[in-house]
Ligand binder design. Structure first.
Ligand SMILES: Cc1cc2nc3c(=O)[nH]c(=O)nc-3n(C[C@H](O)[C@H](O)[C@H](O)COP(=O)(O)O)c2cc1C
Length: 210
């Protein structure tokens, strides 16, 4: 049996639950940004992915707080146009969860989570020294979808990648990297078993069938 559900019949919180439950696992961007007052903000976002490599674009889904109040990350990026995406591995998971607490804007999640800042090279917000891979980004465009949602597109301008995570031929060692992923609610996933699937050419595929 299959459950068929028309989105028009569902309240937004149900649609959120279904989408977040089905579109898994999602990578986590622990975003650092800087307020006009100079407070470094950090917050995780799993409505996050890569869009393209030339230009090198990433996307973030930013939800506003109740009453259309912007999250600190959203406000900081609106004001400065700059941020850093810090990828999250198992060792960073607990600190990442602390940064998701709704701290007041004058309080830095970085300090509260016991994280260490390292200077960025091309943007003002610093990166997190504990992250296995960080990407300095500049806002390209942001699109509003109604009063609650913003889609932010950012261009990566600088990478910082731990030596053990990537070799000189730009191969990422997934066993060394060990990124965690968001499932839904409070559930996360470590990287499971890795398997290889080579893509046959059309001729190879035809030959295999015969
Ligand atoms: C793993 C994880 C993923 C999250 N993903 C998103 C997301 O994609 N979009 C969003 O608006 N909030 C997301 N949140 C919630 C924000 O991190 C949270 O609202 C945070 O307090 C925002 O902080 P800020 O006000 O300092 O920007 C996520 C939280 C967690 C723990």
């Amino acid at each position: 049996m299959t459950r068929s559900l028309a989105v028009a019949d569902l309240a937004p919180d149900r649609v959120y639950k279904i989408l977040c439950g089905l579109i898994v696992p999602r990578p986590i961007a622990l975003v650092t940004s800087l307020s006009e007052e100079g407070v470094v903000n950090a917050a995780p976002f799993s409505f996050f992915n890569v869009f393209s490599e030339a230009p090198p674009l990433i996307v973030l889904g930013l939800q506003h707080k109740p009453g259309r109040v912007l999250k600190d990350t959203t406000l900081n990026i609106r004001e400065s146009g700059e941020f850093v995406v810090n990828m999250v591995d198992g060792a960073l998971a607990e600190a990442m969860n602390i940064t998701a607490i709704n701290f007041p804007p004058d309080m830095s999640e970085v300090e509260a989570a016991g994280l260490t800042l390292a200077p960025s090279l091309k943007v003002r917000p610093p990166r997190l020294a504990e992250s296995p891979a960080a990407m300095e980004c500049r806002k390209t465009v942001s699109l509003s979808f109604g009063p609650h949602r913003e889609l932010l597109v950012g261009e990566v301008v600088q990478f910082h990648i731990a030596d053990e995570v990537m070799d000189d031929a730009f191969n990422v060692d997934v066993a060394a990297y060990q990124p965690i992923a968001r499932l839904f609610g409070n559930l996360y996933a470590h990287q499971g078993e890795v398997f290889e699937l080579t893509r046959p050419t059309f001729a190879e595929w035809q030959a295999q069938k015969d």
